[in-house]
Design a protein around this ligand. Structure first.
Ligand code: PAF
Length: 287
């Protein structure tokens, strides 16, 4: 198998994209932080259908981790990632260095004000500021026509959509369904932290979402009752520990008291060292 073309220099990446654009190619990018799993690969496969040139970026972005978080221990395995991307016949890997992305004196950040605040934003100060900043930078460097994101990170997708709209970015944001392992756990690089007994407990995120959905199907509309059922389900599965379970409108992510139409139920629980998130749109589809 031929080696995977790889660029880490920012100017070189921009020149590559300019050349592809001049040739009339549609560039699709899949931004990642590496340690690829089936969730990423499904974005790659879908991305392949969306354009002519498929670029995957691997950059563990320090700006989206608080000092107390797991940036230092975030799983990395570039060799394996490259192998997987070659198997998917990706056209180019872009893997810049942190020094090039955030050189000395760096001071410009993007704050998507409202959509960033609830859910994970309320528990991870500065996280979405870091995400929005790096995604905007990646868009300026890779210059894609379309970019692929997974709906496991539902709030991230909404933050990026809002940023793209507010800043008039000419990039189509393509959101793809969550990919799950055979035990129902949403694919995440952080699943790697789970010991076998923790992995068993982690299934409660999926079962809690299922219970909530069953309540809504049965006619329950009060957000508080649905939330209580979720809290109860998670509490029955130690060591899982709920961080939040919130019902909100699926676009602006503002809390709702009643399920009157499509409503996002977003969950976050800690299981051992792993902070896991999952979500489901109740009573309708993702907008
Ligand atoms: O979802 C991720 O892996 C990251 O948040 C992203 C979008 C690559 C930005 O660093």
């Amino acid at each position: 198998m031929a080696a995977l073309p790889n660029i880490s220099d920012i100017r070189e990446m921009q020149a590559w994209s300019d050349h592809a654009r001049r040739q009339g190619k549609r560039i699709v990018m899949v931004p990642t932080m590496g340690f690829l799993h089936e969730g990423h690969l499904s974005l790659v496969r879908q991305g392949r259908k969306e354009g002519d040139c498929l670029v995957v970026s691997i950059f563990a972005n320090p700006a989206q981790f608080a000092p107390s978080e797991d940036f230092g221990s975030y799983p990395r395995d570039l060799e394996r990632d490259v192998r997987l991307l070659m198997e998917e016949r990706v056209d180019l890997l872009f893997n810049p260095t942190a020094e090039d992305m955030y050189p000395r004196g760096y001071q410009t950040y993007v704050d998507v004000e409202q959509v960033s605040r609830p859910l994970c934003g309320a528990h991870r100060a500065g996280h979405f500021r870091g995400v929005a900043t790096v995604v905007l930078k990646l868009f300026h460097i890779v210059r894609p026509h379309a970019a692929m994101f997974g709906l496991k990170d539902y709030q991230q997708v909404q933050v990026i959509r809002r940023m793209s709209e507010d800043l008039n970015l000419d990039v189509e944001i393509v959101a793809c369904p969550t990919v799950r392992a055979s035990d129902g756990l949403a694919m995440s690089s952080r699943n790697h932290y789970l010991e076998p007994a923790e992995r068993e407990a982690a299934r409660c995120l999926q079962s809690a979402l299922g219970k909530a959905e069953a309540l809504v199907r049965g006619g329950e509309t009060l957000a508080e009752r649905i939330r209580e059922a979720v809290v109860e389900e998670i509490s029955r599965h130690p060591p899982a520990r709920l961080e939040y379970a919130d019902l909100c409108d699926p676009k602006e992510l503002q809390p709702v008291e009643e399920v009157k139409g499509p409503t996002l139920l977003a969950l976050c629980a800690w299981v051992g060292k792993a902070r896991l998130i999952d979500n489901r749109v109740l009573a309708g589809k993702e907008p």
